[in-house]
Write a new protein. Structure first.
Length: 442
C-alpha cells in the first residue's frame, strides 16, 4: 500500500527530500468526496498495476482480483486508506491542495512520478475546491522539477510548486488526441466565470505563459457570452509564483502580452447587444496597449454600427484589468491615439438616414481631445476638425465630450453648427447631443 500513499502525496503537495522515489502507476479510477463535516469515508481507489522504486527497493504490484482496492477515509488533518491488508495514512498539511479539496475524480490514467517529473495522462480528471471547478478530458499533464535538472537552482521537495516553473498541458498521446477538453467554472471579484475550450497546448515556464486553444466559449454572470476561433497568445509570468493565484497571474500576463489573429463573437443577453470582432493582433508592452482590428460590428435591436480598419495605442497602467471596461476607458481617456478607416451607422425602422464617417483620427492626452475626420457636410465630402475635452464618469458609466472649437469647410468655425449636424445625423440610441456636449452611454 506504499504506492497509494505515494500517489496522494503529490496532491498534498509534498514529497520527502530524503527519499528517492519513482513510480509508474496505472489507475482505473480514483474517486474522492469530502464528507460534509470533514470526517469519515471519502471515496475509493482502484488501480491495475504499480511499479515503485524507493531508495533502491523495487516493488512491482499487479492488482489481480482487486486485492489492493482501497477505501479512503479522512479527518481534518489526516487521510487514510483501508484495504484487505490493513490501513495506511498520512497527515494533511494546512493550506495544501488536499486541505481545500472537496471533490475529485480520475479515470483511466497513467502516472509516472520521480525526482525529475510528473507525467499524468488520462481519459478524465476533475476537481472541486471552494470557488473553482475544473474538468479535463483526453489530457496529458507534464510537470518537470527544474530544480533537480538545474544543479545551480535552489533545491525544493515541493513538486506542486515546481510545476509553476515547467508545466505542459495538451492532448493525450495514449488516446491519440491532439487537444484536451477543459471546462472551468469559478469566480473573479464576485463575477461568475465559465470557460469551455479545447487545449492544444498550455505551457507554463519560469517567466512565460504560452497558450494555444482551438475552440473557446466563455460566459460571465449569465449575461455575457463569448465564442472565439483559434486562440494563440504569449505573455509574461512572475518567476516567484509558487501557488495558484489567478489574480496575480492575470495581472502579470496582461502587462506583457501578445495575441495572434482571432475572431470573437460577444453577446449581452441583458442589453440585447452583439459584437463581432476581427482582431489582427494585440500587444501590450511598456504600459502601452497596441491593437489592430480589421473590423468590428456592433448591433442592437435598433442599430448596427460597423467599424473598419482600427488602429489603437492606449495607455495601460500596471494595475489596470483589461477585463474591466471602466479601467480601460479611464486609461485611454488619459492617453490614446486612434485611427479608423470608416464608421457606418445603420438605423432600422426609422426615418433617419444612415450615416458614415471616414478617415477618423483621434488623440487624447490628459483630457485634451483632438478629432479629425472626413464626413458628409452641407452636401459635400469634407474634412473637419474638432477640439475639446473628454472625461469618463465611472459612476454613471458615461464618456462626456465637451466641444470647444471646430474647423469646418468653407472657413466655418461654428461649434453650434457642428452640434446641429451631429444631433441630426447621429443614429445611436446611446449617444446624446446637448448644446456643446456629447454624451456616450456605455
Amino acid at each position: 500500500m506504499r504506492l497509494i500513499l505515494l500517489f496522494f502525496l503529490f496532491f498534498a503537495g509534498r514529497l520527502f527530500a530524503e527519499s528517492k522515489i519513482s513510480m509508474d502507476l496505472n489507475v482505473d479510477r480514483l474517486s474522492f468526496v469530502k464528507p460534509i463535516r470533514g470526517v469519515g469515508k471519502a471515496g475509493s481507489m482502484v488501480f491495475k498495476y504499480a511499479n515503485i522504486i524507493n531508495n533502491g527497493i523495487v516493488l512491482n504490484v499487479n492488482n489481480v482480483n482487486d486485492l489492493f482496492d482501497s477505501q479512503i477515509f479522512i479527518r481534518p488533518t489526516f487521510m487514510g486508506f483501508t484495504t484487505q491488508f490493513g490501513s495506511y495514512g498520512f497527515n494533511i498539511e494546512e493550506g495544501s491542495v488536499l486541505s481545500n479539496l472537496q471533490q475529485s475524480d480520475l479515470q483511466n490514467a497513467k502516472i509516472v512520478l520521480d525526482d525529475l517529473q510528473l507525467n499524468l495522462a488520462g481519459q478524465s480528471f476533475s476537481f472541486l475546491i471552494p470557488g473553482i471547478s475544473v474538468k479535463v478530458a483526453n489530457f496529458r499533464l507534464y510537470c518537470q522539477n527544474v530544480n533537480q535538472v538545474n544543479a545551480l537552482a535552489e533545491p525544493t521537495s515541493d513538486l506542486f510548486k515546481n510545476c509553476f516553473n515547467f508545466l505542459t498541458l495538451n492532448g493525450s498521446y495514449l488516446l491519440n488526441k491532439d487537444s484536451a477538453s477543459l471546462i472551468f467554472e469559478g469566480e473573479d471579484h464576485g463575477d461568475k466565470i465559465f470557460i469551455d475550450t479545447k487545449v492544444r497546448s498550455f505551457d507554463l515556464r519560469k517567466n512565460q505563459i504560452n497558450v494555444s486553444l482551438l475552440e473557446t466559449k466563455t460566459a460571465s454572470n449569465d449575461n455575457y457570452f463569448m465564442s472565439s476561433s483559434e486562440v494563440n497568445f504569449l505573455c509574461a509570468k512572475d518567476e516567484d509564483l509558487k501557488e495558484v493565484d489567478f489574480g496575480k497571474m492575470k495581472k502579470t500576463c496582461l502587462n506583457q502580452f501578445k495575441l495572434s489573429p482571432i475572431k470573437v463573437n460577444i453577446s449581452d443577453k441583458e442589453q440585447k447587444t452583439k459584437f463581432n470582432i476581427d482582431i489582427k493582433d494585440i500587444t501590450i508592452k511598456d504600459k502601452i496597449l497596441y491593437a489592430t482590428l480589421n473590423n468590428v460590428v456592433l448591433s442592437d435591436p435598433e442599430t448596427t454600427t460597423a467599424i473598419n480598419s482600427l488602429l489603437l495605442n492606449c495607455k495601460k497602467d500596471f494595475d489596470t484589468d483589461l477585463f474591466d471596461i471602466n479601467q480601460v476607458l479611464r486609461d485611454c481617456v488619459s492617453y490614446s491615439r486612434l485611427s479608423i478607416g470608416e464608421i457606418n451607422n445603420n438605423l432600422r425602422n426609422a426615418d433617419k438616414k444612415n450615416s458614415a464617417i471616414h478617415n477618423i483620427v483621434v488623440s487624447s492626452d490628459n483630457g485634451t481631445l483632438v478629432t479629425r475626420a472626413q464626413v458628409r457636410f452641407l452636401g459635400l465630402n469634407a474634412k473637419i476638425s474638432i477640439f475639446g475635452h473628454v472625461a469618463f464618469d465611472e459612476v454613471k458609466n458615461k464618456i462626456i465630450i465637451t466641444v470647444t472649437d471646430t474647423q469646418l469647410p468653407l472657413g466655418i468655425t461654428s461649434v453650434k453648427l457642428l452640434m446641429y449636424f451631429l444631433k441630426k445625423d447621429l443614429v445611436s440610441k446611446d449617444v446624446t447631443v446637448e448644446n456643446n456636449v456629447i454624451t456616450i452611454t456605455l
